[in-house]
Design a protein around this ligand. Structure first.
Ligand code: PGA
Length: 279
């Protein structure tokens, strides 16, 4: 697992956008070779989407040959509801770029047969050739997508009941009304994300510091589902300084030193290459 530490959340999301652009360009997608991207919602990636939209508007990147699969969606709220993840994705990203809406995949939380909807979603991912780069965020309890503590680490796309902590945390998006927060969601499983060829996790803020510590310094546990990625061969976490508050000084130093060597060896993500990339 790689850990990249940036000064603050703006640096994290700018770096993340640059990394996504580099990966898509390097892949050189075309009509017979789509780049398949897994995407999160939430507060953390908002800056990344803003930077990607800016880069698109400045002619730096096209999403014409990109297919996307979102991580999750609430059950039982209308797609046009201001808090639906459909709405979030179109308002913050898709409506501003040149992606073909047919290539956008978001779970339908209003499907009559939710189980079938989840099975179809897995099938569509497989049919697309699997996910090249899965971008994720985490909750303070270490959940990835809606894989709450106790979720199976080999889980697939399914209906999940949300943890009380998540419902409380999300109440802020529903005028503070806990009763209005949906209690179930459709979510990709930990196993679904594990199948991606690369996983890229954005973690910012002191409220996620304990989860980052659990993800990195302790063992794999279904009580901190993000820790599963210790067993993924190609996972990169990017975090800000605040998110490192619960890590040992030794761990932070280790990853910072490691990164400075790594970036010299790896042109793709070298500091210099990233700086040259204007959004
Ligand atoms: P956040 O949510 O980016 O709004 O903190 C992430 C999550 O709960 O998965």
């Amino acid at each position: 697992m790689k850990l990249i530490i940036r000064d603050n959340s703006n640096d994290v999301t700018e770096w993340a956008a640059k990394y996504v652009i580099k990966r898509i360009k390097e892949y050189n997608p075309g009509p017979d070779n789509y780049f398949v991207l897994g995407l999160p919602t939430g507060g953390t990636p908002l800056g990344m989407y803003k930077n990607l939209v800016r880069a698109y508007k400045n002619g730096k990147i096209s999403f014409k040959y990109v297919k996307t699969f979102n991580m999750d969606e609430y059950v039982g709220i209308a797609e046009e509801h201001p808090e639906s993840y459909h709405r979030y994705m179109f308002d913050n990203f898709f409506k501003h770029i040149d992606i073909d809406p047919n290539n956008v995949h978001i779970l339908n939380g209003n499907a009559t047969d939710l189980k079938k909807e989840c099975e179809e979603y897995e099938r569509k991912i497989t049919e697309s050739g699997g996910i090249e780069l899965f971008i994720g965020g985490i909750g303070p309890d270490g959940h990835i997508a809606f894989n709450e503590p106790g979720s199976s680490l080999v889980s697939r796309t399914r209906v999940k009941t949300l943890a009380q902590d998540t419902i409380l945390a999300n109440a802020r998006f529903f005028d503070g009304n806990v009763d209005a927060v949906p209690k179930q969601a459709l979510t990709v499983g930990v196993g679904t994300v594990m199948d991606a060829r690369e996983v890229f996790i954005l973690i910012t803020g002191a409220s996620k510091a304990y989860a980052l510590y659990k993800a990195l310094e302790e063992g794999v546990s279904h009580m901190w589902t993000v820790s599963a990625f210790q067993q993924h061969g190609n996972t990169m976490i990017i975090c800000d300084e605040d998110a490192t508050l619960e890590l040992r000084v030794r761990t932070v130093k280790y990853f910072k030193d490691m990164w400075s060597v790594h970036e010299k060896l790896n042109e793709l993500v070298s500091e210099q290459a990233m700086r040259k990339l204007v959004l």
